[in-house]
Write a protein that binds this ligand. Structure first.
Ligand SMILES: *Cc1c(COP(=O)(O)O)cnc(C)c1O
Length: 376
C-alpha cells in the first residue's frame, strides 16, 4: 500500500455521543451526513462504526451512496442533499430514499411520477441555490394541495449561507425568520412536515435553529466548521467542547538518497539544494489528494515525530522531502501526512492552509482508492 487512511473508531463514537448529548432531552433527530464518501473518511467504514449507535437518519449526496448503504443493510431513512433528475426517480423509489424538491420543474416531474419517492421541500432563505422562495410558496402550496402530494412529503428544510464565517449571526437569524414563516404557511395549509435547517456550525451556535432534525456533517468527523465557530462556541457557551479528529493519512518512506549542494529537485527545477541533502521519496501525490499547491510553500510531513519539509514540486504520485535533519530516519519509516506523530500534529485545517483551501475540501478529496482502515 502506497498510503492508507486510519479511521479512529473511538473518536468517531465520541463525536456521535457529543451530539447525541447536545440534543438529548429534545425531540430533535440527529441525521448523519455521510455524503462524499463520508467526507473522504470512507462511507462503508464510517457506517460500520456508526450503525450500532441508534442512527435512524443519514444524508448523502449521490444515489450510489444511498445504494451502498442499502447494500450494507441500512434500513433507516436516507435523505438526498443534492438534486436528482427525473430519470432517477424510479431508482430513488427503489432504494427508498427521500429526495429534495427544490424547483418547480422537478416538483412537477415528481408529481407526475405515480410511484414517487418521499420528498423534502427546500426553502431558499438566502443561499440562493435550490429552493422555493417565500414569494412562490403560495403557488407551490396550491399545487401540492391540488395534486394531493402532501402524503408523499416528509420534510421541509433550508440551509444556512453564513454561520461559520462570522461572529454576528444576523444573516442566519434573518434566514431562520424566513424559514419559520415558510413553515407556518405550510402548517396553515394543513401540510405538516419535519422541519430541518442546521448543519454543524448552526447545531453548535444556533439553538433556535434545531427544529425537528439537524444535519451533522464535518463535526461528526471531529472537525470544527471553522476557527470562528470554535471561538464563538466557547464565548457563547463558556465551555470547550472536545471534538476528536477521526482521520489520519499515512504512508511510508520509499527511498532515501544523498545529493550534493546545488542540485535541483523535482519538475521545473524549482528547488535547489543549498547544502548536502538527504532526499526522501514518499509514494503519494496529487492523484491521491496531496494538493499540488501544498508543495509551493514550506509544508511538511511527520517522520519519527519530526517535521520533514517538502522540497520540489508535488508530482502525480510522489512527493519529495528533506530528511537531512530527521534524526534516525530509515527507509520504510512511517510517514504521517495528516494526523499525529509524537508531539507533532498536522491537522486537516493546517493541510488546508497549505493547499489554499479548507479542511472540508482536504478530506473530501482524499482519493476513494486509498484503503481506509478502522483502528481502535
Ligand atoms: C453538507 C451539508 C450539510 C453538512 O454540513 P457541515 O457543515 O459539514 O455539517 C448539511 N446540510 C446540507 C444541505 C449540506 O449540503
Amino acid at each position: 500500500m502506497n498510503s492508507w487512511i486510519e479511521i479512529d473508531r473511538k473518536a468517531l463514537i465520541h463525536n456521535v455521543r457529543v451530539f447525541q448529548d447536545i440534543l438529548s432531552g429534545s425531540d430533535t433527530r440527529l441525521s448523519l451526513v455521510l455524503k462524499s464518501n463520508a467526507y473522504g473518511h470512507g462511507l462503508k467504514e464510517v457506517y460500520g462504526v456508526c450503525k450500532d449507535l441508534g442512527i435512524e437518519d443519514i444524508a448523502v449526496a449521490y444515489l450510489r451512496e444511498a445504494s451502498l448503504l442499502r447494500e450494507l443493510g441500512y434500513t433507516g431513512n436516507i435523505f438526498m442533499l443534492t438534486p436528482i433528475f427525473k430519470e432517477d426517480l424510479q431508482v430513488a423509489k427503489d432504494l427508498d430514499v427521500e429526495v429534495e424538491i427544490g424547483g418547480l420543474g422537478f416538483l412537477k416531474d415528481w408529481s407526475f411520477c405515480k410511484n414517487r419517492p418521499k420528498g423534502h421541500l427546500k426553502i431558499d432563505t438566502g443561499l440562493s441555490r435550490q429552493g422555493f422562495t417565500l414569494e412562490n410558496l403560495d403557488e407551490i402550496i396550491s399545487f401540492i394541495k391540488e395534486h394531493d402530494l402532501s402524503k408523499d412529503l416528509r420534510g421541509v428544510f433550508t440551509h444556512f449561507a453564513n454561520v461559520e464565517d462570522v461572529l454576528e449571526q444576523t444573516y442566519a437569524k434573518m434566514q431562520i425568520d424566513l424559514f419559520n414563516k415558510a413553515c407556518n404557511r405550510l402548517e396553515e395549509a394543513g401540510i405538516h412536515l419535519l422541519r430541518h435547517a442546521s448543519a454543524s456550525s448552526a447545531i453548535l451556535l444556533l439553538d433556535e435553529a434545531r427544529f425537528d432534525m439537524v444535519r451533522l456533517g464535518v463535526s461528526l468527523y471531529g472537525l470544527w466548521p471553522s476557527q470562528l465557530t470554535r471561538t464563538s462556541y466557547e464565548s457563547l457557551k463558556h465551555d470547550n467542547l472536545e471534538l476528536r479528529p477521526v482521520l489520519s493519512w499515512k504512508s511510508r518512506l520509499a527511498s532515501i538518497k544523498k545529493i550534493g549542494q546545488g542540485q535541483f529537485v523535482g519538475y521545473g527545477c524549482t528547488y535547489r539544494t543549498v547544502k548536502d541533502t538527504l532526499v526522501g521519496v514518499i509514494p503519494v501525490g496529487y492523484f491521491d489528494g496531496f494538493f499540488r499547491s501544498a508543495g509551493e510553500i514550506r509544508s511538511y510531513v511527520l517522520i519519527r515525530g519530526q517535521r520533514a519539509p517538502l522540497i520540489g514540486r508535488v508530482s502525480m504520485n510522489l512527493i519529495t522531502v528533506d530528511l537531512t535533519d530527521v534524526h534516525g530516519v530509515e527507509e520504510n519509516d512511517l510517514v504521517t501526512l495528516i494526523g499525529k506523530d509524537g508531539g507533532e500534529e498536522i491537522s486537516a485545517g493546517i493541510f488546508g492552509d497549505w493547499s489554499g483551501t479548507i479542511h472540508y475540501e482536504v478530506v473530501a478529496r482524499l482519493s476513494s482508492e486509498i484503503n481506509r482502515i478502522v483502528v481502535g
